[in-house]
Design a protein around this ligand. Structure first.
Ligand code: NAP
Ligand code: GCO
Length: 261
């Protein structure tokens, strides 16, 4: 039931990080996998990295906030690989700025990339899924779909909205045997969180690194590889009656008040 042979998957923002790991999981499960990013430099490096691991991935330069670019990418994928069976809305950014110092432009940039893009890309692939009466849409949510913290107002607003968009796609398209679920990583060691893990000048751990370890029952940061199994579950027949759910992969943070200092 975890076999993806014969399936076509699009993982957005999979040049590296969590998206790369999810794309790898799908390729190893037999899917034909397309991915995108904005930067030709990142694309070139990503294609080398996939090849170095013996993985065949199909790369498309596309900014997921641009409807015309997404429409062309989906059309090209469907011509080259076939109708998209699995969509992972993974592309995302974060800006860590106190709300009173954040400009509306900065706020909207995060909302556009982390939330509106999922609307755009899902809208582009849903017609093919409706026609096939089958499809999987997986939105990469976050702990910030449930919790806030200082300086990430735009990101939390986007990820909270992404949780509800997930439930609404389930509500609207479940009748066509389309499952839409969220995957909610905890704190994962990727370029996005690198600033939170940088050693201090004196070589001591970053305070946020120590904070996350104290808040995580498993006492470690997650890795992109920790997401591979859950992402495969949500893309496979194993989850054919799972819909509108957010699967958190967080080492227990959301269940834990945190270690007493
Ligand atoms: P990352 O390392 O920063 O990678 C982000 C990827 O998205 C890159 O491939 C980037 O490539 C691409 N991207 C960004 N904006 C894009 C756009 N407008 N159009 C197309 N591609 C775009 O991030 P990550 O840590 O792997 O996170 C991936 C997803 O997981 C994000 O949605 C993030 O919010 C979420 N998440 C991360 C964590 C964590 O702790 N790391 C936890 C929970 C959720 P280009 O810059 O070349 O476009
Ligand atoms: C932050 C982090 C988080 C993680 C993730 C947690 O600044 O708090 O970047 O937002 O990326 O979303 O689930």
């Amino acid at each position: 039931m975890y076999d993806l042979n014969g399936k076509v998957a699009l993982v957005t923002g999979a040049a590296y990080g969590i998206g790369f790991a999810i794309a790898e999981a799908y390729i190893r499960a037999g899917a034909k996998v397309a991915f995108n990013c904005r930067s030709q430099e990142h694309m070139d490096k990503a294609l080398e990295d996939y090849k170095a691991k013996g993985l065949e991935a199909h790369g498309y330069i596309c900014d997921v906030t641009k409807e015309d670019q997404v429409a062309k990418m989906v059309s090209d994928i469907e011509k080259e690989l076939g109708t998209i069976d699995i969509l992972v809305n993974n592309a995302g950014v974060i800006k860590r700025i106190p709300m009173t110092e954040m400009t509306l432009e900065e706020f909207n940039e995060v909302i556009n990339i982390d939330l509106s893009s999922a609307f755009i890309t899902s809208k582009a692939v849903l017609p093919g899924m409706v026609e096939k009466r089958a499809g999987k849409i997986i939105n990469i949510c976050s702990m910030m779909s449930e919790l806030g913290r200082e300086t990430v107002s735009a990101y939390a607003a986007a990820k909270g909205g992404l949780k509800m968009l997930t439930k609404n796609i389930c509500a609207e398209y479940g009748q066509y045997n389309i499952q839409c679920n969220g995957l909610g990583p905890g704190y994962i060691a990727t370029p996005q969180t690198a600033p939170l893990r940088e050693k201090q000048a004196d070589g001591s751990p970053h305070p946020f690194d120590s904070f996350i370890l104290a808040k995580t029952p498993q006492n470690r940061w997650g890795t992109p590889e920790d997401l591979m199994g859950p992402a495969l579950f949500l893309a496979s027949n194993a989850s054919d009656f799972v819909n509108g759910q957010i699967l958190y992969v967080d080492g227990g943070i959301l269940a834990y008040i945190g270690k007493q200092p």
